[in-house]
Design a protein around this ligand. Structure first.
Ligand code: AMP
Length: 191
């Protein structure tokens, strides 16, 4: 199996690049943000609880997102690999993911981190907010809180993958196709 963590702060382009990756490589896309937004839209009990946190730009509790990933892994027994987008976001989530993949007799192949300056992230998110209507993309203080959550809780987990020689930074500035080519250049020798 080929299991990729597409890593980076909010607005780095993980969702956009995931779409290109799933159409070019046969991988199953698992985005905890997308799953949570569909729970919010369905007004499920989980969605109602998560919405309050998401609207503030705070992280949803680890056990909630770990449970979501576990059921998606179980629902795709024939997958040739997964793209994890927006997960793991904490050390506890990274540990849980290792355990879930070990149970499936597989592991993370690599982490690709999209690197984008903070100024560019804020501009991209505010523009996305105008187009998508995502409320957490429309308010600069919520965007700054999400970036802060990333710096404090998420960014440190890259060390876990760097220690296993699985960490690959990729410049996330430029055209969508150029960024995709840079990602492919890292994946192709391994997949
Ligand atoms: P995203 O679409 O990845 O930017 O996620 C949108 C929001 O969903 C985040 O700001 C968090 O509130 C929540 N969220 C998504 N993924 C996770 C995760 N792995 N852990 C905790 N909260 C998450």
């Amino acid at each position: 199996m080929f299991n990729l963590i597409l890593f980076g702060p909010p607005g780095a382009g993980k969702g956009t690049q995931s779409e290109l990756l799933i159409s070019n490589y046969s991988l199953v896309h698992l985005s905890t943000g997308d799953i949570l937004r569909s729970e919010v839209a369905a007004k499920s009990e989980l969605g109602i609880r998560a919405k309050e946190l998401m609207d503030r730009g705070d992280l949803v509790p680890d056990e909630v997102v770990i449970g979501m990933i576990k059921s998606k892994l179980e629902a795709n027994p024939d997958a040739s690999g997964f793209i994890f987008d927006g997960f793991p976001r904490t050390a506890a989530q990274a540990e849980a993911l290792d355990g879930l993949l070990t149970d499936l007799q597989t592991s993370i192949t690599m982490m690709i981190a999209l690197e984008v300056s903070e100024e560019e992230l804020i501009n991209r998110l505010l523009n996305r907010g105008k187009e998508s209507g995502r409320s957490d993309d429309q308010d600069k203080s919520i965007i700054l809180n999400r970036i802060e959550e990333y710096r404090l809780k998420t960014e440190p987990i890259k060390d876990h993958y760097a220690a296993q020689n699985k960490f690959h930074p990729v410049e996330g500035i430029g055209s969508i196709d150029d960024i995709f080519d840079r990602i492919s250049a890292v994946i192709d020798p391994v997949i």
